[in-house]
Design a protein. Structure first.
Length: 235
């Protein structure tokens, strides 16, 4: 529904002026009520109660659910804490154990000139890319860090760390080829798990992470960007 997205973007442009607008709207409402009362319009409405009910009740029946669905997420909050894949990798590796001493025989052959045998170091989970979240505007705020973690060779997890974003309807997490927001080719990783906290999203095995430049929170239904984190490679 692009029209709702346009309305939301328009509302976000007005958000910095919310207090003057609220005061002006309240003043106009009080003035309108006073004007209607002085003209005795309330007596006319009272005489036509049935006609008023036929208009007001269906309007409320439609507006209330739509308004609740659209607006209630803005004041609802949720929190989730999930362990980092880096912590899980450390636990799986187990504590370090010292190797037992090697006792050489009394007449062992001289091995000082023998070629060294190369040993392959075990893979360690690591952060390959990271970036800081920023809100799309003053209304759609966002903060925290996005981390792209290679937990095993070629398999990645997108982690949100110390994250917070304004809630909204139908929010999803994407990897986007554009560092500033959503474009065609973005990969949907699933619904936003929480508005606050730290949590993970598994990146499908067939996704080439080198083709993506940002992690974003995107309102899928109204096509509105809430927050984006440009991903930079960790040296």
């Amino acid at each position: 529904m692009p029209v709702f997205g346009d309305l939301e973007r328009f509302a976000s442009d007005l958000y910095p002026y919310r207090w003057p607008i609220t005061i002006a709207a309240a003043t106009l409402l009080i003035a309108a009520i006073a004007f209607a009362y002085r003209r005795s319009w309330h007596h006319a409405l009272w005489r036509h109660k049935l006609a008023m009910a036929l208009v007001v009740v269906p309007a409320l029946a439609l507006a209330a659910p739509a308004g609740w669905y659209t607006l209630s997420p803005f004041w609802e909050r949720s929190h989730l804490e999930e362990a980092s894949p880096l912590e899980a990798a450390t636990v799986d590796a187990g504590p370090f154990e010292a190797a037992p001493p090697v006792i050489e025989p009394a007449h062992a052959p001289d091995s000082s000139n023998a070629p060294a045998t190369p040993t392959e170091s075990p893979f360690m989970a690591r952060i390959t890319h990271r970036g800081q979240f920023q809100g799309a505007d003053d209304f759609h705020f966002g903060r925290g860090q996005a981390q792209l973690i290679e937990r095993v060779p070629g398999r990645y997890t997108l982690r949100f760390e110390d994250f917070s974003v304004r809630n909204g309807p139908d929010l999803f997490v994407y990897l986007s080829p554009d560092e500033d927001g959503y474009i065609d080719g973005a990969v949907n990783l699933g619904e936003l798990k929480a508005t606050d906290g730290a949590f993970n999203y598994e990146v499908p095995a067939d996704v080439d992470v080198s083709q993506f430049r940002s992690a974003i929170v995107w309102c899928k239904r109204f096509s509105v960007l809430f927050a984006a984190a440009p991903l930079e490679q960790v040296q």
